[in-house]
Design a protein around this ligand. Structure first.
Ligand code: C2E
Ligand code: CA
Ligand code: CA
Ligand code: CA
Length: 273
């Protein structure tokens, strides 16, 4: 037993070293990727209008194609970018890519994700608006997805930044809606344009979460907010969401996130509905 214990310790110790080494390498490689403006680009997931079942907008999602490891998931590299202070550069790159697609597809609107660190930073609204101006893009075509805690103004400057962006015409959506600390009383105070109902609710749609989704959609409607269902994977989910009056659908049933070239092809085949 003693020997096994020692072995376990040795293996565990070695494992930690390995994890740390890997982490340092990823930090180094991410820095390099952002400095050289290579490897990282946006993909675009189509969002369909529930009414017409056609392309109405898309969400830009960061992709990192690492030269040795292939694609690394955003759930891995976004937190690293936040920790080492590179999330602003990353967000700027995704916005730049998104603007270039919007410039090519004049009827399409686009959503981007903002990290709490970006949304709370002083210059963020101006950086976004000047980027749009540079590309000559109407701010009404951009929507920024934020988390619930930000929407409720728990993080200092976010309230003011949201107001600046909204006054300029940029839409604000609450991402992963329902997974945070929303309550109906707090919802009364929300000043946003859209809620995106989290995939976990859509997954459980055939069961216990259907009444919850119905309540979210009705509440959103009463407040004049648009609704998007995230992570729609089956026809049953899609049909039920349409019946409940959900405005937009996003998920693998419609399409996975696509490269710039693929999403432009899709647009040219189907057009905007
Ligand atoms: P999110 O904003 O909630 O984005 C939706 C995620 O769900 C995406 O994962 C998308 O590929 C995935 N997804 C969409 N439809 C389906 C479906 O039907 N089934 C399943 N299983 N998954 C689906 P992705 O691209 O890996 O992004 C993960 C998260 O990373 C995003 O979640 C977002 O929070 C963050 N992220 C991605 N790009 C950016 C970015 O440019 N900036 C920031 N700050 N965060 C980003
Ligand atoms: Ca999102
Ligand atoms: Ca989401
Ligand atoms: Ca998410």
């Amino acid at each position: 037993a003693k020997a096994a214990g020692r072995n376990t310790f040795a293996i565990f110790g070695g494992h930690m070293d390995e994890l740390l080494r890997r982490r340092r390498k990823l930090e180094h490689d991410l820095r390099l990727a952002l400095e050289t403006r290579s490897q990282i680009e946006a993909f675009y997931q189509p969002v369909y209008s529930a009414e017409h079942k056609g392309l109405s907008s898309m969400e830009a999602l960061a992709r990192w194609k690492h030269p040795e490891e292939g694609f690394i998931a955003p759930d891995i590299f976004i937190p690293i970018a936040e920790e080492i202070g590179l999330i602003h550069e990353l967000g700027a790159k995704v916005l730049e890519d998104a603007c270039s697609v919007m410039a090519d597809l004049p009827l399409i609107s686009m959503a981007i994700n903002a990290s709490a660190l970006e949304l709370c930073s002083d210059g963020y609204p101006l950086r976004v608006l000047s980027r749009l101006a540079k590309w000559n893009i109407d701010p009404k075509r951009l929507e920024i997805e934020i988390t619930e805690s930000l929407a409720f103004g728990e993080e200092g400057r976010s309230d003011r930044n949201i107001a600046i962006l909204r006054n300029a015409g940029v839409g604000i959506a609450i991402d992963d809606f329902g997974t945070g600390y929303s309550s109906f009383s707090r919802m009364q105070k929300l000043v946003v344009d859209r809620i995106k109902i989290d995939k976990s609710f859509i997954d459980a749609m055939q069961g216990e979460s259907k009444p919850l989704i119905e309540a979210m959609i009705n509440m959103a409607r009463a407040k004049g907010l648009k609704t998007t269902a995230e992570g729609v994977e089956t026809d049953e989910q899609s049909d039920a969401l349409v019946a409940l009056g959900c405005d937009s659908l996003q998920g693998f049933l419609i399409s996975r996130p696509l490269s710039r070239a693929a999403v432009i092809d899709l647009y040219n085949e189907t057009g905007k509905q």
